[in-house]
Design a protein around this ligand. Structure first.
Ligand code: C5P
Length: 223
């Protein structure tokens, strides 16, 4: 059996600002698993393209960047080369740019190997849009985390303000809705629940409750 088939994976997919990052990170910590924030890879690719003056529509050039992305994740910090870009990648403009390059099939393909390489002992929690449908179709437990646009805009607003970024509620609702539409409508790996995924709506529950539910589901699935 190949190494990739041995280590268990929990996938947590869902729309932007559904709480995936916080929840996935805590589930991973609780189980002692590795954590893959796949959105960060799309964000890093977009940031790198912008810094190098490459058009976000230049599929071949952006895919080349993605294939050789000099990224490192160290103790909650994200590095592009030697530069700590932890805060820079979280900017709303970079999220929007990420969703633009994410529609390009060559870019998605260029990031597959890197994502799969995160599957290491003793297991992995992977969050994104296509973790359960495309990257880890054999995941032990697949979750589709969702929440209303209002709840998600509210959360994103708080996150941005906390990080010292400017934020405007009206713009955020517009950005989130446009990003949802782009992520769901694209032909390549569109945002949709994987077959068999457990749909968890977090509009009315806390991150702790979501984490607890996922841990219970995982415990049942791995029996
Ligand atoms: O999850 P996050 O908001 O950081 O992702 C940024 C963008 O990257 C998303 O809007 C989506 O377009 C893209 N993405 C993707 N597939 C993933 C993760 C993120 O297309 N697995």
């Amino acid at each position: 059996m190949s190494r990739d088939l041995v280590y268990p994976v929990i996938t947590i997919d869902g729309p932007t600002a559904s709480g995936k990052g916080t929840v996935a990170h805590r589930v991973a910590k609780n189980l002692g698993f590795h954590y893959l924030d796949s959105g960060a890879l799309y964000r890093l690719t977009a940031l790198s393209a912008i810094e190098q003056g490459i058009a976000l529509t230049d599929e071949a050039a952006v895919a080349d960047l993605a294939r050789a992305l000099p990224c490192r994740f160290v103790k909650g910090h994200v590095y592009l080369g030697q530069i700590d870009v932890t805060d820079a990648v979280r900017a709303e403009a970079i999220g929007v740019a990420a969703s633009k390059i994410a529609v390009l099939p060559a870019v998605r393909k260029a990031l597959v190997e890197l994502q799969v390489s995160f599957r290491q002992a003793p297991g992995l929690v992977a969050d994104g849009r296509d973790m359960g449908t495309v990257i880890f179709p054999d995941a032990v437990q697949k979750i589709f985390l969702t929440a209303s646009v209002a709840a998600r805009a509210n959360r994103r607003y708080k996150q941005l303000i906390e990080k010292g970024f400017p934020a405007n509620m009206e713009d955020l609702v517009k950005d989130l809705s446009e990003r949802d539409a782009r992520d769901s409508a694209r032909t390549e790996a569109p945002l949709k629940p994987a077959p068999g995924a457990y749909i968890l709506d977090t509009s009315e529950i806390t991150a702790e409750e979501a984490v607890y539910q996922i841990l219970v589901l995982y415990a049942m699935a791995s029996k």
